[in-house]
Design a protein around this ligand. Sequence first.
Ligand SMILES: *[C@@H]1O[C@H](CO)[C@@H](O)[C@H](O)[C@H]1NC(C)=O
Ligand SMILES: *[C@@H]1O[C@H](CO)[C@@H](O)[C@H](O)[C@H]1NC(C)=O
Ligand SMILES: *[C@@H]1O[C@H](CO)[C@@H](O)[C@H](O)[C@H]1NC(C)=O
Ligand SMILES: *[C@@H]1O[C@H](CO)[C@@H](O)[C@H](O)[C@H]1NC(C)=O
Length: 490
Amino acid sequence: MAKHATTAVGWGHHHLQKRWLLALLLMLSVSTVIVFCIRAAFDSCDRNVPSAVSAANVIGLAPNAVQVAEKRALQIAAGKPSPLSFMKSKIVLLVSHELSLSGGPLLLMDLAFLLRSVGAEVYWITIMKPSETDEVIYSLEHKMLDRGVQVVSSAKGTEAINTALRADLVVLNTAVAGKWLDAVLKEDVHHVLPKVLWWIHEMRGHYFKLDYVKHLPFVAGAMIDSHVTAEHWKNRTQERLKIKMPETYVVHLGNSKELMQVAEDSVAKRVLREHVRESLGVRNEDLLFALINSVSRGKGQDLFLRSFSEALQLIKEKKMQVPPLHAVIVGSDMSAQTKFETELRDYVMQKKIQDRVHFVNKTLTVAPYLAAIDVLVQNSQARGECFGRITIEAMAFQLPVLGTAAGGTREIVVNGTTGLLHPVGKEGVTPLAKNIVKLATHVERRLTIGKRGYERVKERFLEQHMAERIAGVLKEVLRKSKNKSSTHLD
Ligand SMILES: *[C@@H]1O[C@H](CO)[C@@H](O)[C@H](O)[C@H]1NC(C)=O
Ligand SMILES: *[C@@H]1O[C@H](CO)[C@@H](O)[C@H](O)[C@H]1NC(C)=O
Ligand SMILES: *[C@@H]1O[C@H](CO)[C@@H](O)[C@H](O)[C@H]1NC(C)=O
Ligand SMILES: *[C@@H]1O[C@H](CO)[C@@H](O)[C@H](O)[C@H]1NC(C)=O
């Protein structure tokens, strides 16, 4: 491994895929050596989800692997004008609530790099930073510095204020970042609001506080990950807070190039599949249904296990001829959700399905699991996912999705075509069980649904699509803020 890493820089393009493979395998076998992350997908609804879990394409390895990848990304970019090229030389300030390996900040970093790649002048402010040095923050900041993002050292103070005043565009990330406006900008806040684009990725109740969002009506625009989340924000702000949303843009997310590269490499997929299956102790012909999300009640692992157990029962009763079914729960963290995790494990013992249910600790790399499984289960409860990036990641791997008919999942999965939807709550247990059996017994259908999912991703859920959508929003916001400032001067 070490030898490969040191010779990697000289590798040509067609060797690149092997690099990813090595990187992924290394991640799997040496899970503690997580040095660099390229980017992470996420589960936009829940900022607390360790991206580790929902992250798809965090690929760790030596810096030279990152350089090779970036060089290639630049070359690809050089071939085709980016939809964001009008942002060249524009000054953009990105304000992040925190800097961590969780979904929100990593998505904002993706935006930072997209903007850097077209020559924008990009500044970054992290509002909440621990006082002691933090390894993750250190490495993420250095990753940004390496790519020409100017990291403002303090969220408060004159440098932050001046950058905000000077910027053409300020992107606030997540609702809680709203607190920064008054606390730091003070009397200058009204000069900055007309050029603020507020990117919102959450819909839980406690975000609907005037404390956070009272300036929302006065910003240039809000950008939200799904229609259903945007609708929810409109309702809640109006009904609870009596404030009006600004112009709101729905921007569905897209899969990174790195993830697509692994997903489209059949050799890489095969190796990863064998490796993961071996580590779980399942055979190649066994059928794996996986739920990949941090383990918590909101993500519905408990209900999924009940459906899974029901499905096994159905198969037994009807004496169906199917390969052994397995359930994989990726995202386990015994130290965080001890009670719920214990409940899950007790249930498995009680039903005597220990040999069919596998718990995998939360991990920075989900690509190997996507390569190894046959069906993704997206069982988020209540309002569902805001978007649910793992869903489009799974579809990139040609996996059918069994999802709850809620939240962003409904905007991603076409029921009957790229997946099968079931209701949230207890009402969904039996329908999900039947859908599990359906996919287990109809091999052709399962594969077709997976292929259609992949086609849908290629049509609308790639990084390039996301960049196009964001470009449309930024153009509009720049136009508006320019108009505002020119009328101010008049
Ligand atoms: C928003 O409110 C309208 C009217 O009260 C309702 O029909 C709609 O379902 C609500 N949408 C959401 C997402 O809550
Ligand atoms: C999973 O995490 C637990 C602690 O939460 C740890 O004890 C265990 O060794 C981990 N398992 C693996 C395979 O890393
Ligand atoms: C999904 O499709 C199935 C069969 O076509 C149907 O029975 C089910 O009600 C649909 N679910 C949703 C949420 O549309
Ligand atoms: C600019 O602002 C004025 C009034 O503030 C408005 O009438 C006009 O339509 C705006 N123009 C654009 C291009 O948004």
